[in-house]
Design a protein around this ligand. Structure first.
Ligand code: MG
Ligand code: ZN
Length: 218
């Protein structure tokens, strides 16, 4: 018999949590440089800061969810990942952007066997939702690969494929019509404005301040 309110439940009935933008990192926020281990080579993708700011203003927690199989493959270690991540966060902080969380899978199935955290598995999203009080069903799953957007279906959220990084190829191959496809992360501000008109009927979030964009996305 499982414990009441099992630890595995990300959905917490009665405590829906805030919506998140679950963001892939490489190829989505910063330029894809395969197995990057040098902080000096971190470069923001043009428009990424604008996109992150728009998501933040719309009430989304900014949560990076990233597969880092280079660690399992022995191409770099956790300290090198942290150094690259710190550099990214410095560049973002200089533009007034703070991330709410960073979650990584350091595994690769050929090395470690299957894990529950390598995207598109739900493990990292569940952990983030539990630790940060997020509602995956009202969240965006954003990235340049299908494995970044596929988890949206399982959680009832919205997948947003960006055509930066590997996204051009991913977009060609993608078959799920529910996935939103954008040129880049910067394009999300326009999509947010278009997909959530201010005249939406009242919902649980109806008490937000006038002029603030509703965080819910259908
Ligand atoms: Mg990527
Ligand atoms: Zn993993």
């Amino acid at each position: 018999m499982s414990e009441p309110g099992g630890l595995e439940s990300a959905g917490r009935p009665g405590r829906p949590g805030r919506p998140a933008a679950f963001l892939d990192r490489d190829g989505t926020i910063m330029v894809e440089r395969e197995y990057l281990a040098e902080p000096g080579r971190v470069e923001l993708i043009p428009g990424a800061v604008d996109g992150l700011r728009a998501l933040q203003k719309a009430g989304f927690a900014l949560v990076v969810v990233t597969n880092q199989s280079g660690i399992a493959r022995g191409l770099y270690d956790r300290a090198a990942f942290d150094a690259v991540q710190r550099r990214l966060e410095e560049l973002l902080a200089a533009q007034g952007i703070l991330l709410d969380g960073v979650y990584l899978c350091p595994h690769h199935p050929d090395v470690d066997g299957p894990c529950d955290c390598r995207k598109p598995a739900p493990g990292l999203y569940r952990r983030a939702a539990d630790q940060l009080g997020l509602d995956p069903a009202r969240s965006l799953f954003i990235g340049d690969k299908l494995s970044d957007v596929q988890p949206a279906a399982g959680f009832g959220g919205t997948g947003v494929l960006v055509r930066t990084g590997y996204g051009a190829a991913s977009a060609l191959a993608h078959a799920d019509p529910a996935t939103v496809v954008l040129a880049d992360l910067g394009s999300i501000s326009g999509w947010l404005a278009a997909s959530r008109p201010a005249s939406c009927g009242p919902g649980p979030e109806a008490s937000v301040a006038p002029g603030r964009v509703e965080p819910g996305v259908d």
